[in-house]
Design a protein around this ligand. Sequence first.
Ligand code: RB5
Length: 147
Amino acid sequence: MILLGADHGGVALKAAIKRYLEENEIPYRDFGTNDTDSVDYAPIAAQVAHGVAGGQAEKGILCCGTGIGMSIAANKVKGVRASVCSEAYSTEMTRRHNNANILCLGGRVIDEAKAVELTKIFLETEFEGGRHQRRLDEITAIECGEL
Ligand code: RB5
């Protein structure tokens, strides 16, 4: 299960990602928005972030104009590791090293084909664990006020 969300700046990317998920029979839940009327990104990021952090889904994808607002908002939720990516290498590495659980994309930065390419990488790349788990534990310690 993949949780999806977008504001008006990311709605076209989300539509392309939904088509990809449907073609590949990957289940998703869409928290909107679904048109180009202006809408605030933070409440949408919150729904996806709480869903991922709460175990409703393993991963989420959030799209806005740059991906940045969505990532800042999503990363306020404990347990979320949201990464803004616009190219393949960072997308692969944020799965392999950071175990990112939310991918944030910018509709004014990348086109729909790139969004689908990065979605595929994000969904298919495994976390490496090992020394990277220790680093994620340190991030959790920051969340808990221990660092
Ligand atoms: C909306 O205009 C825009 O600010 C938003 O989509 C996003 O890019 C914010 O980070």
